[in-house]
Design a protein around this ligand. Structure first.
Ligand code: HEC
Ligand code: HEC
Length: 480
């Protein structure tokens, strides 16, 4: 069976390589094949109903058990304490959701709230300026100082007997852009308000950042892009004069007790998958774990009732709500979720679109390919040529996309280049097609038209394109 799987992959690769003209490779790494976006880990099964939920294709059957266990944690619905199911209790007390998969829908992305009855698949980050020694200390560890009462994100849910923190209400401001050929595109920008605040006034200097959950594919591969590669791509002073700078976010790595390169989150505020997952479990669901041990999650000192409620710490979980072993399998799952193969890469329109993409300067940030480092913990991720279309760096995207919220060295207008792999399957996986950090863009074209700052020349290039080139560019993005 293992032989059949390997044979299938190699045959497929040979066929695809034969289809692609050599010229299409010139801008890519060594001998990579852009169809196999995740190298040998790529999921190549056709027409799957869950294309973002597959294990790395080269994960042997023997190594699949931990993936399955990790998937169960990702989908687990947590319950409040006390409860008879000690492996699943400890919810909240304040929380955003009861499972990871509620926001990362089918391992894909979330969406902005769509009316009152919509299920939440997003969150609102909160911060205040780090202008006192105490707030500076908090910002050194967490990247930002949270609201003194509400903490660093708004929790719209609470266990019985406790007030939730409030709800997000979204309105939209509409504007329109006229493209060179006369086509008019309407854009919308969310105006975020908090309604029914449960704990009194927010800090007068409160800033917020509304974000949808990003997709979960290929994250282990992104973690394995060598630091030296990211350092080589960074050009903070724009010494090469191409108008694109690109900075590394240096963020606090709790396990190593030092600064490390930020890779995860819309502002690259988390250094490792392990820390990102642990933070999500603690802040979004309220579950204490080895890296973020507080059983009370994101409750602040001002929220005394929240702190006093029963926790779910048990001896079976190493004195916590989630043990190191539970986190190990969760991390395993999130590291090995496969990227689906790109589609129709030999199609002439897709190939034209790829050329337009590079000519417009998109590849200046959406770096097509990388080679992952040597890896012994995850042999599946070792030395793979991958096509994520990101440099993982921060770019100033201009005032249109800016929030006022800093995260370590990322400022309001700075965002991490979003990976583009899997983009064309967004709606099929998550049920809705919403792009950018706050899901404001309803189409890929809208997403590009919001690009400003360092990306303004690329956006202006798009505005000038004729319909043939524009359609080809979108078709290329949909093929990824
Ligand atoms: C309430 C919605 C919500 C829940 C529940 C949630 N997440 Fe997330 N997740 C997000 C958002 C929003 C982001 C982006 C965060 C940011 O930019 O700061 C994110 C980011 C991530 C990332 C980084 C992905 C990337 O491309 O950088 C990972 C990994 C992740 N979450 C894992 C988890 C895990 C594991 C759980 C469960 C323990 C979980 N999330 C629960 C909303 C959620
Ligand atoms: C200066 C760097 C830069 C350039 C140049 C650039 N982008 Fe981006 N792109 C980004 C960043 C950063 C984001 C995330 C912005 C956000 O979420 O607010 C992004 C997001 C996107 C998204 C949305 C992805 C998602 O998951 O929601 C698409 C689509 C996209 N870019 C396509 C393009 C195309 C096509 C071009 C060329 C016309 C381009 N970009 C040029 C930096 C860049």
């Amino acid at each position: 069976m293992a032989f059949a799987a390997v044979f299938k992959r190699h045959t497929l690769r040979a066929c695809l390589l034969a289809f692609l003209p050599a010229a299409a490779f010139s801008v890519y790494a060594a001998d990579g094949n852009p169809t196999l976006s995740g190298g040998d880990t790529t999921f190549t099964g056709a027409n799957s109903r869950a294309p973002f939920s597959q294990p790395a294709d080269n994960l042997s059957l023997k190594r699949r058990m931990d993936f399955v266990l990790g998937e169960a944690i990702f989908e687990k619905i947590w319950v409040p304490s006390p409860s008879s199911t000690t492996a699943s209790d400890g919810l909240g007390p304040l929380h955003n959701a009861r499972s990871c998969s509620q926001c990362h829908i089918n391992d894909g992305r979330g969406h902005p709230l769509n009316g009152n009855n919509d299920r939440l698949a997003s969150l609102l980050r909160l911060s205040v300026p780090a202008d006192t020694p105490e707030r500076q200390r908090e910002a050194q560890i967490n990247g930002l100082a949270g609201d003194p009462v509400y903490g660093s994100q708004l929790q719209p849910f609470a266990v019985a007997g406790l007030a939730p923190e409030g709800r997000v209400s979204l309105d939209y401001e509409y504007t329109s852009v006229e493209l060179a050929d006369g086509t008019v595109i309407e854009l919308r920008k969310p105006v975020v308000r908090v309604i029914q605040p449960g704990y009194g006034d927010f800090d007068p200097a409160l800033r917020s950042s509304f974000r949808i959950a990003p997709p979960m594919i290929g994250l282990g591969l992104l973690e394995q892009i060598p630091d030296t590669r990211l350092e080589a791509l960074a050009d903070p002073e724009d010494l090469d004069g191409d108008g694109i700078s690109g900075r590394i976010n240096r963020v606090y790595d709790r396990s190593r007790d030092r600064l490390n390169i930020g890779r995860f989150g819309w502002k690259a505020g988390q250094p490792t998958l392990a820390q990102q997952n642990a933070s999500a479990l603690n802040n979004d669901i309220g579950i204490g774990n080895p890296i973020y041990p507080a059983a009370s999650g994101n409750c602040t000192q001002q929220q005394s009732l929240c702190l006093a409620l029963p926790d779910g710490n048990t001896a079976q979980q190493g004195g916590l709500e989630a043990s190191a072993e539970m986190m190990r399998v969760l991390n395993y799952y999130t590291a090995l979720l496969a990227v689906p193969a790109a589609r129709e890469q030999a199609d002439p329109q897709v190939q034209l679109g790829r050329q337009v993409f590079m000519k417009a300067g998109c590849g200046g940030c959406h770096t097509p390919s990388h080679v992952t480092s040597r890896n012994t913990a995850f042999p599946e991720l070792d030395s793979q040529t991958i096509f994520p279309y990101t440099d993982l760096l921060l770019h100033d995207m201009g005032p249109g996309l800016a929030d006022e919220h800093d995260e370590f060295s990322a400022s309001g207008p700075e965002w991490r280049t979003a990976p583009l792999w899997g983009l064309g399957l967004t709606e099929r996986v998550a049920g809705t097609p919403y792009y950018l950090h706050d899901g404001r863009a309803r189409t890929l074209l809208e997403a590009i038209l919001w690009h400003g700052g360092e990306a303004k020349p690329a956006r202006d290039h798009l505005v000038q394109l004729d319909k043939t080139d524009r359609d080809a560019l979108i078709r290329f993005l949909e093929s990824l």
